[in-house]
Design a protein around this ligand. Structure first.
Ligand SMILES: NC(=O)c1ccc[n+]([C@@H]2O[C@H](COP(=O)([O-])OP(=O)(O)OC[C@H]3O[C@@H](n4cnc5c(N)ncnc54)[C@H](O)[C@@H]3O)[C@@H](O)[C@H]2O)c1
Length: 306
């Protein structure tokens, strides 16, 4: 094809996709039915992992829960059963350990069957300035927040590809789109998680496996305890998010095959600005939004988890 034909083609397609997006502002996208699907959630023992488990349970799915916190996971299983899960399987699994992921994944395949919705949710934060963070914690952050995604994809993606059916959900962070003072290791791990999920998603598309969907979730602070102590400067613009709201938005994104979910909505605007503003203006905006002092009052998990 020549340049002119391809250019006209891409312009027409662009108009069509924009019209479609505009229409969907008023007409909701049809939600897919995931009844009977096997949903695996890492880090399901607390926070949004637990809440997503309850939401998926209400959609008549089979749940596979992974965590290193046995008590928390048991409580999630109880709540998921109460919410209507078809079946719930629990596995103690440290997803930062590649061999453990592969071993437990084999158990899952034998006992629960092929996973068709994989939610990489487990996450940790050091909360220290880069030079104060011990090497071991930096490594652990990258292993849990990023490398675990590689190993779970390796374990569960082949069946999704074979069936050309499935959904990969990456719980990243807005810290995976914009660097934050005092969060270097966490930001690096989340940027990597975003890049990984985005690239594999494109690889699947390029190889014709368009039945395997990807959703990448980038929320600002959520009130789960992980970032306890952190404060937001302008709550109207950047509110600390309610975990129930976040879980519902994630499930909705999965049901409508939404690729990027940024929360709150203002984050779409802020992320776009970061890439187009002159550097000094970007820094001034960051200061205005309180981005430079976000971590100054960080305490992290202080409440007892179960
Ligand atoms: N809370 C926030 O403000 C916020 C904001 C943006 C993104 N996120 C991301 O959302 C996800 C869920 O966080 P949350 O707020 O629910 O925190 P949380 O601490 O309540 O939940 C994290 C869960 O992961 C589990 N986990 C930790 N290490 C693990 C490992 N090696 N193997 C298996 N499980 C492990 C923990 O036991 C815990 O149950 C994380 O990936 C986090 O980075 C959180």
């Amino acid at each position: 094809m020549n340049f002119l034909v391809e250019t006209v083609q891409v312009l027409l397609l662009s108009i069509w996709y924009n019209v479609k997006s505009f229409v969907h502002l008023f007409v909701p996208i049809k939600k897919k039915n995931i009844s009977g699907e096997v949903v695996l959630i890492t880090g399901a023992g607390s926070g949004i992992g637990r809440l997503m488990a309850q939401e998926f349970a209400a959609l008549d799915t089979v749940l596979v829960l992974w965590d290193i916190n046995q008590d928390g996971m048991k409580e999630t299983a109880r709540l998921a059963k109460q919410s209507g899960a078809r079946k719930v399987y629990c596995y103690l699994c440290d997803c930062s350990d590649k061999n453990e992921v592969y071993r437990v994944a084999d158990e899952v395949k034998r006992e629960a069957g092929d996973v068709s919705i994989l939610v990489n949710n487990a996450g940790i934060v050091t909360g220290k300035k880069f030079m104060d963070a011990p090497d071991s914690l930096i490594e652990k952050t990258l292993e849990v927040n990023t490398m675990a995604h590689f190993w779970t994809y390796k374990a569960f993606l082949p069946a999704m590809i074979a069936n050309n059916h499935g959904h990969l959900v990456s719980i990243a962070s807005s810290a995976g789109l914009i660097g934050v003072n005092g969060l270097a290791d966490y930001c690096a791990s989340k940027f990597a998680a975003v890049g990984f999920a985005e690239s594999v998603g494109l690889e699947l598309l390029a190889t014709g496996k368009d039945g395997v969907k990807t959703t990448i979730v980038c929320p600002y602070f959520i009130n789960t305890g992980m970032f306890d102590g952190c404060q937001t400067k302008w709550p109207t613009l950047l509110p600390i998010l309610d975990p129930h709201y976040v879980a519902k938005k994630i499930i909705n994104a999965v049901l409508t095959d939404q690729v990027y979910l940024l929360l709150p909505k203002s984050m779409y605007f802020i992320a776009a600005l970061k890439n187009i503003l002159p550097m000094e203006q970007g820094i001034a905006l960051g200061q205005y939004l309180g981005a430079f002092s976000l971590m100054d009052t960080f305490r992290g998990h202080s409440r007892k988890k179960s």
